[in-house]
Design a protein around this ligand. Structure first.
Ligand SMILES: Cc1cc2nc3c(=O)[nH]c(=O)nc-3n(C[C@H](O)[C@H](O)[C@H](O)COP(=O)(O)OP(=O)(O)OC[C@H]3O[C@@H](n4cnc5c(N)ncnc54)[C@H](O)[C@@H]3O)c2cc1C
Length: 380
């Protein structure tokens, strides 16, 4: 067992931290207020390899491991969870699905543009009436000669309005249940595909979230991603790694909230002394520091196992469940330690508190993670 990061991983963490603090930190509140993903950040993310973190160098990717992916997401989330969410959706859902299941031609066509940050990636599974029960989706893709015709609507899609390339999951043979679901890759601007309602969100507001509507959207058979009928099974594999990314995002957010709480506890004086001198505050800091470390270990263990080629369904869900719920507590304590100043926008506490709640919901709610973990345990 070796818990030490390599010299390269230490350097990566320092580099991404410095980048996030310099290029993202000063704009966090402005981007949150405007509720728009800052497209001007995209080339800067790309220059650092953050739009192609885990993809092969032949596609221009940074060729990093899953452990290194976690380092990148964690360090961005520490400064701005919303930007980390966008980076995670682009890399860990859209581009990953193409890299994992696309054929050579599809990879060559889409990955270089995603990796270079020329386009943002989106990934559409959820529908208005099919969230946790994603296999109950209504969107269909019907074969017509050499084409597929997609009809339906996807809800809560990260980069739904601004994504240049989208992976869409649709029913291709309802009679076959979850084995009758397939994935397609569709480019922004394809006739019949349009952005629907943009969501006005509690948190993660700099990450665009909107509906995507398909009305007789016709794509050639070259857009079928992976084998016909394998789309849902492939989706679960994409989520196995995506959830490690959400766990890393949770660790980063909690770390940012903890550091803000620690800073404030040392500065703020009541009853003639810094509030950090009170045991009630110290215990919160100690508990959060301990829980963050525990979540970090679960997260990096899942990433390490994935890097060894192991299936990580159980480990990914455990990391995501524990880390996201830990982060909710860390953000809550951060506000509490700030007192009234935790409730106003002059301090970072309120934004961590708003952003964090998505983490127990997106890529499978906590309830669904427990269900996945229990299924894995019972089948062992
Ligand atoms: C900001 C944001 C970004 C998102 N980005 C994307 C994206 O890019 N692509 C995408 O496809 N989706 C995306 N989503 C959707 C997200 O994955 C879903 O919201 C999530 O999976 C939950 O689905 P739902 O909202 O329909 O809730 P529901 O499934 O309706 O759940 C409601 C409640 O019921 C509980 N519940 C449901 N089923 C069970 C069960 N069997 N046992 C116990 N409890 C249960 C849930 O845990 C939850 O508490 C995003 C969502 C948000 C808010």
């Amino acid at each position: 067992m070796d818990f030490r990061p390599t010299d390269e991983q230490r350097l990566l963490r320092r580099t991404v931290r410095e980048f996030a603090e310099a290029e993202i930190g000063p704009h966090v509140m402005e981007w949150d207020e405007s509720q728009n993903f800052p497209m001007e950040l995209l080339p800067k993310l790309a220059a650092l390899g953050l739009t192609g973190i885990q993809f092969a160098e032949e596609f221009g990717g940074a060729g990093m491991s899953s452990v290194e992916y976690c380092i990148c997401i964690e360090e961005i989330a520490r400064v701005c969870p919303a930007i980390a969410l966008s980076v995670a959706a682009h890399n860990g859902l859209c581009a990953s699905h193409i890299a994992m299941f696309g054929d050579e031609r599809q990879k060559a066509q889409y990955l270089p543009r995603l990796v270079r940050g020329e386009v943002l990636g989106a990934w559409g599974l959820t529908e208005a009436s099919a969230g946790s029960d994603a296999a109950g989706m209504r969107t269909t893709a019907v074969r017509q000669g050499e084409c597929w015709v997609i009809n339906g609507a996807k809800t809560f899609i990260t980069h739904g309005r601004i994504g240049g390339v989208m992976v869409v999951i649709a029913v291709t043979d309802r009679a076959k249940g979850h084995r009758g679901i397939s994935a397609f890759v569709v480019e922004h601007g394809t006739a019949g595909m349009s952005a629907g309602k943009k969501e006005n969100k509690l948190g993660m507001r700099a990450s665009d979230t909107s509906e995507v509507v398909f009305q007789d959207c016709r794509v050639s058979s070259a857009h079928l991603l992976g084998e016909e009928g394998q789309g849902f099974i492939n989706t679960l594999q994409v989520l196995d790694s995506g959830r490690i990314g959400i766990a890393a995002l949770s660790v980063g957010l909690a770390q940012g909230a903890y550091e803000a709480a620690m800073r404030y506890a040392k500065e703020r004086r009541q009853f003639g002394q810094p509030i950090a001198a009170f045991q009630a505050i110290q215990w919160k800091l100690a508990d959060n520091a301990t829980r963050i470390e525990a979540a970090r270990l679960l997260t990096y263990r899942a990433a390490y196992l994935k890097d060894r080629g192991q299936r990580t369904t159980r480990e990914s869900s455990m990391a995501k469940l524990f880390a996201s719920e830990m982060a909710v507590k860390a953000a809550d304590d951060c506000v509490q330690i700030h007192g009234g100043y935790g409730f106003v926008k002059d301090y970072p506490a309120e934004k961590y508190f708003r952003d964090v709640k998505l983490l127990t919901i997106g890529e499978g709610t906590s309830e669904i993670q427990r269900l996945v973990i229990a299924r894995q345990l019972l089948s062992e």
